[in-house]
Design a protein around this ligand. Structure first.
Ligand code: FES
Length: 580
């Protein structure tokens, strides 16, 4: 059959060929598309012959009363428009058909603006929690040259609006993965976008939306008063009062640092608040705005208020009170912070290497004393925060596999909390936030039993080919119990002079092929952030060793989400899935 094109329409077949076809359905190839032509209601209809769900040939389905049923998972479609009645299957593509002198002509061009279509589909996928649709939009956005930040932004705004409990795991995952995007190979970037959008959709599914609290009438309340009130409302667990302060500060054009300071101060008014998640979610919400644009602050930041008001406080936690009252110890130390900072103002600190063993040792009071001494010797708050984060990463890198499996999360929470406080210290440094550095150090102290005995940090000899080592990572993570070999591989790769960017990209790939796990995503993202800040240093290597070990402890999963993504990719490329 010859293919003749006039304007947008392409000759597909003759009417005689259609009438001669079995059951009146003719499969044709038109400009690279496989279509099924079929008669309905006195006319001829054309549909993409691949079921949008998993690619089953639709010409093998059945048609009754204008509804075509695919025979694999029984999704139903309107023959005329391709619209699905089973939304999980996605709409089939229908093509306009014209009859001309006994021939059938089909228009295979995409109607309208493909980018607008993509955003519509994205919204639909988020609203209905349709992973397949979200995977297809993630793949299509790459092909259309849509910057990943555009779908990311849509996901952030949607997630902040449509979850009554406000900012949660879904948005944190979405932001972590967007932070990772620039470290990934190009082919893995849509996968990160898909996993993030799916996490948001899953977190909002079945949730009531949030209705925004209005700012105080007339404005005019200064930011310092709003900050004080915000802290007070958080203290008494009044989410609405806290939210009204936040939204009023945003409306009063409080700048980014002021808003960050308001949030981080309240996040550290309580010890290791929400198991570290309050500071971590705060940090991620601020990073989300850095990526999506601060014009969305009003939509995003108030979503933090419910968690601020509801999270658990470690001063109420027995582990922080007995046998050593860490809270009393810390409050005594906090009173000394102004003097320590004043003493260290004009000095340069060089004692970081000696501080780490003290942070990892047995005595909490020694750790607190050493930190105060470091500040008075010139250690800057952000420098101290970085040292404590390194100590927290070391706990993960030296986590002994004889611990309970759930203990990985304990070490992970300390690491991500310390990382969040460190990032906050760069964004909005304050004496109040410095309390969070001490809290992180106490959490490192409490985690000391997870390193008894400490797993040995790998000490590679620098021999071996980086390329071979890197190629060994994915097969290694196909097996269980590969925690130590994975850490050793990461260490050996770096010691052999391998490009750290390639290791981070490969860790990201390994992360994305597994089913989404909140904590593993947090760990890998924080480790990449830490390595990037300490590129080429032993401290940076420890962060990546920690990530490789954590990932290995949580792999392999069933990988069902990645299977769905690969299906979406193949459907998008026009591959024949069913036949394949
Ligand atoms: S319903 Fe058609 S392939 Fe699943």
């Amino acid at each position: 059959m010859s293919t003749i094109t006039t304007a947008r329409f392409v000759r597909a077949a003759s009417l005689a060929e259609l009438d001669a076809a079995a059951e009146g359905r003719l499969v044709v190839q038109v400009a690279g598309h496989t279509l099924v032509l079929l008669r309905h209601d006195g006319g001829v209809r054309a549909l993409d012959n691949r079921c949008p769900h998993l690619g089953f040939p639709l010409h093998r389905g059945s048609v009754k009363d204008g509804i075509l049923t695919c025979h694999w998972h029984h999704a139903r479609f309107d023959v005329c428009t391709g619209g699905a009645f089973d939304l999980w299957a996605d709409d089939a593509r229908a093509y306009p058909v014209e009859e001309r002198d006994g021939d059938l002509w089909v228009d295979v061009t995409v109607p309208g603006d493909p980018r607008e279509h993509l955003i519509d589909r994205l919204q639909h996928g988020l609203e209905r929690n349709l992973s397949l649709v979200l995977a297809k939009t993630a793949v299509a956005s790459g092909d259309l040259g849509v910057p990943p930040v555009e779908p990311f932004r849509a996901g952030v705004v949607f997630g902040a609006r449509y979850r009554r409990g406000g900012w949660g795991q879904g948005l944190t995952i979405h932001t972590c993965l967007m932070n990772l995007v620039s470290h990934l190979d190009l082919e893995d970037r849509p996968r990160a976008l898909y996993q993030g959008l799916s996490a948001v959709a899953g977190d909002t599914a079945g949730n009531a939306p949030r209705f925004a609290v209005a700012p105080l009438p007339g404005g005019g309340v200064d930011p310092s008063t709003l900050k004080r009130w915000f802290r007070r409302f958080v203290l008494v667990r009044d989410a609405e009062g806290a939210e009204r302060c936040l939204i009023s500060a945003i409306h009063a054009d409080a700048n980014r640092q002021t808003l960050a300071d308001m949030l981080f101060t309240a996040a550290t008014d309580h010890h290791y608040y929400g198991g570290g998640h309050v500071a971590d979610f705060t940090n991620k919400a601020l990073e989300a705005l850095d990526l999506a644009g601060w014009t969305h602050a009003e939509a995003v930041l108030p979503s933090l208020a419910p968690f601020f008001a509801s999270a658990g406080r470690s001063e109420e936690n027995n582990a922080w009170r007995n046998p050593v009252d860490l809270v009393a110890m810390l409050r005594g130390a906090f009173e000394k912070l102004p003097d320590a900072l004043a003493a260290g103002r004009m000095k340069r600190y060089g004692g970081g290497a000696e501080l780490i063993p003290t942070l990892l040792a047995e005595s909490a009071s020694d750790a607190v004393g050493a930190m105060l001494a470091a500040l008075s010797e010139g250690c800057k708050p952000e420098e101290l925060a970085a040292l404590v984060t390194h100590a927290a990463a070391t706990r993960v890198a030296q986590f002994h596999t004889s611990n309970e499996f759930g203990d990985w999360d304990t070490a992970l929470h300390t690491f991500t909390f310390a990382n969040a406080i460190e990032q906050g210290m760069h964004r909005a440094p304050s004496t109040e936030l410095l309390r969070g550095v001490f809290d992180a150090a106490m959490s490192v102290h409490l985690d000391r039993f997870l390193n008894i005995p400490p797993a040995r940090l790998p000490a590679p000899d620098g021999k071996g080919s980086p390329e071979e080592l890197l190629e060994g990572l994915m097969p290694l993570l196909d097996g269980q119990q590969q925690v130590n070999p994975a850490g050793e591989l990461a260490a050996a790769y770096l010691a052999a002079g391998g490009d750290p960017a390639r290791l981070m990209a490969r860790l990201g790939r390994a992360l994305l092929r597994e089913d989404r796990d909140f904590h593993t995503i947090q760990c890998v993202e924080a480790a990449v952030r830490q390595y990037t800040a300490r590129r080429g240093t032993p401290e940076g290597a420890v962060a990546l060793i920690a990530a490789a070990r954590y990932l290995a402890a949580h792999a392999p999963t069933r990988r069902t989400q990645d299977q769905l993504f690969r299906t979406a990719e193949r459907l998008h490329r026009g591959e024949r899935l069913f036949e394949g």
